[in-house]
Design a protein around this ligand. Structure first.
Ligand SMILES: Cc1ncc(COP(=O)(O)O)c(C=O)c1O
Length: 321
């Protein structure tokens, strides 16, 4: 088979996107009608920032609940500032556009929303300032990202988290996800479900795409925002649930690697991973090696709130229909 035929075969084998509506540069358009040039800056240099937002379908109420959209768009604005980009919509406008897009696509299943702001200028040369940006929102159906029921097995990655002085982790920068991809592939190819990455100094930072919490002697501990984490939206929600529902103490402080081996409970959380119990790290069991009691309680609280089943947390979501 020639190189060219081989390539054509691979293109043919790519998943076909249903002709969903997307929002691109100020307009709603069909997926296949949007074209991005081969010299697009962000494609070559990773100069973009994005968000990942979930919308949960509640079959009983026939309603799609968009989770924490304002918080995600506030973070996108912060990422844009760090990257010297211009996001031409307010948080409220972005939320409105997202609701409108979900309505157009008529989803009646759990859905993922992917807003992306990227340097769309088609030129060679690496710098940030004075370059044209594009903005898009893409949506797709999405179920569970990891095994949220039985717990996952993690390894401490040999890759380190990108430090704020090199590639700020608090901005959700497309190019920085190569760091996550290194860690995730290493974990999967070694038979684990997920990676936990350390900072340059050797403190626990986070998972490849999740924040981390552990429970030790009745106190929840999570790394501070200055330990090169993405300042997670789910992290904030979970902190609130620990405080208001479990009524247990929580501290934000640096965590040593060996605390992972000795803690009583451990979980990762994020938009994709939701609340994911960890039952093993580096082949060592966490607690008795099963899903922790308090983690399970948090997970239950989280799932009922995000699906719009807990009136106390109605303000977490926006009904789409
Ligand atoms: C590196 C990283 N950390 C943490 C998170 C969790 O953030 P959030 O809860 O806002 O989804 C994500 C989510 O995508 C992530 O990519």
């Amino acid at each position: 088979m020639s190189l060219q035929t081989d390539y054509r075969e691979r293109v043919r084998a790519r998943p076909r996107h249903p002709d969903t509506w997307v929002f691109f540069d100020g307009e709603f358009a069909r997926y296949h009608d949007v074209h991005i040039g081969v010299m697009t800056h962000a494609l070559h240099y990773g100069t973009g920032c994005f968000e990942g937002i979930r919308a949960y379908w509640n079959a009983e109420r026939e309603q799609l609940f968009l989770l924490q959209a304002p918080a995600h768009y506030q973070r996108l604005h912060r990422s844009a500032r760090i990257l010297r980009m211009d996001l031409p919509y307010s948080v409220d406008e972005l939320v409105e556009l997202t609701v409108e897009l979900l309505r157009r696509n008529e989803y009646r299943v759990d859905t993922y929303v992917r807003p992306l702001l990227f340097k769309s200028v088609e030129q060679i040369g690496v710098h940030l300032h004075g370059l044209a940006d594009s903005f898009l929102i893409y949506t797709a159906p999405m179920g569970n990202y990891v095994d949220v029921e039985n717990g996952i097995r993690c390894m401490v990655s040999t890759w380190r988290r990108v430090p704020d002085v090199s590639l700020p982790a608090r901005a959700k920068i497309t190019g920085a996800y190569v760091n996550s991809a290194f860690a995730k592939s290493e974990a999967l190819e070694n038979g684990f479900d997920e990676a936990i990455v350390l900072t340059q100094e050797g403190h626990v930072s986070e998972g490849s795409a999740e924040n981390l919490f552990l429970l030790r002697d009745g106190v929840f501990v999570t790394p501070p925002v200055s330990d090169d984490i993405l300042e997670g939206v789910t992290r904030n929600l979970v902190i609130g649930l620990i405080r208001d529902e479990l009524k247990m103490p929580l501290v934000e402080r640096s965590i040593d690697r060996t605390e992972l081996y000795t803690c009583d409970e451990l979980f990762l959380c994020g938009t994709g991973a939701q609340v994911s119990p960890v039952v093993e790290v580096d082949r060592r069991p966490i607690g008795d090696g099963t899903v922790g009691e308090f983690t399970q309680e948090l997970q239950g609280l989280y799932f009922s709130a995000v699906r719009g089943d807990n009136p106390k947390y109605e303000h977490w979501t926006i009904p789409v229909y």
